[in-house]
Design a protein around this ligand. Structure first.
Ligand SMILES: CC(C)(COP(=O)(O)OP(=O)(O)OC[C@H]1O[C@@H](n2cnc3c(N)ncnc32)[C@H](O)[C@@H]1OP(=O)(O)O)[C@@H](O)C(=O)NCCC(=O)NCCS
Length: 186
């Protein structure tokens, strides 16, 4: 699956993307992606072997002009209908990340907009929600620009890293969401 925007291509990851991915995942910028840290190019290659099998929900964000992978976006179907055990998931929670060098140029919005449109129109999405830490203003701004509503703030909701004294550091988390009917009418 390929999604094309004015400046970007969203496509399945390839093993040859390893150097570009290692560039931004050798030091994840935010705590919630700490577990995605890659310690070597070899680890990046192994990770991309896995990702290259995912053709529907995990996309590399590629700059059309140069072919460089500048980030990633993914979301997987979750079921919210407890009445129907076999129901196909219609709820998605995206993760988005850009190489620091390519932030502040509108690429996150351009790719997320196209990805949301794909989920709503082609993947049966009914609801898309996003979690973001209360200090992650660029991610909050992106949610708002996409037309997502702030639904709530969870205090000391989740821990990804430790404090200096070794105890778990709990983060305050905001939840944003948008329904298909809101997306269509925005
Ligand atoms: C969250 C994240 C993806 C947002 O990326 P970003 O670069 O800030 O967002 P955008 O690509 O939409 O760019 C925003 C700004 O680029 C600027 N810009 C420059 N050229 C532009 C262009 N041609 N078109 C549009 N915007 C442009 C605009 O000023 C825009 O700000 P505005 O929306 O106030 O107008 C990024 O900060 C990131 O990867 N962070 C680390 C990972 C992370 O935190 N993920 C989320 C975890 S919850």
């Amino acid at each position: 699956m390929i999604i094309e925007t004015e400046r970007l291509i969203l496509r399945t990851f390839q093993i040859s993307d390893a150097e570009d991915v290692f560039e931004y995942l050798k030091k994840p910028q935010v705590n919630c992606f700490a577990c995605m840290k890659l310690n070597s190019l070899e680890e990046a290659i192994k990770e991309l072997e896995k990702r290259s099998k995912d053709k529907e929900f995990y996309f590399a964000i590629v700059l059309k002009e140069t072919g460089k992978v500048i980030g990633e976006i993914n979301a997987y179907p979750e079921s919210s209908d407890l009445q129907n055990e076999g129901a196909i998931g219609d709820t998605f929670s995206p993760c988005w990340m850009l190489n620091k060098e390519f932030q502040g140029r509108g690429y996150a919005y351009e790719s997320a907009y196209a990805f949301f449109d794909y989920l709503f129109k082609e993947k049966g999405a009914r609801r898309i929600y996003a979690f973001t830490e209360d200090y992650n203003y660029s991610s909050q701004h992106l949610c708002e620009k996409l037309g997502m509503r702030l639904e709530g703030k969870f205090i000391e909701f989740i821990s990804f890293v430790n404090n200096e004294d070794g105890t778990s550091r709990y983060e305050n988390t905001l939840q944003y969401a948008i329904l298909k009917k809101e997306w269509v009418n925005r």
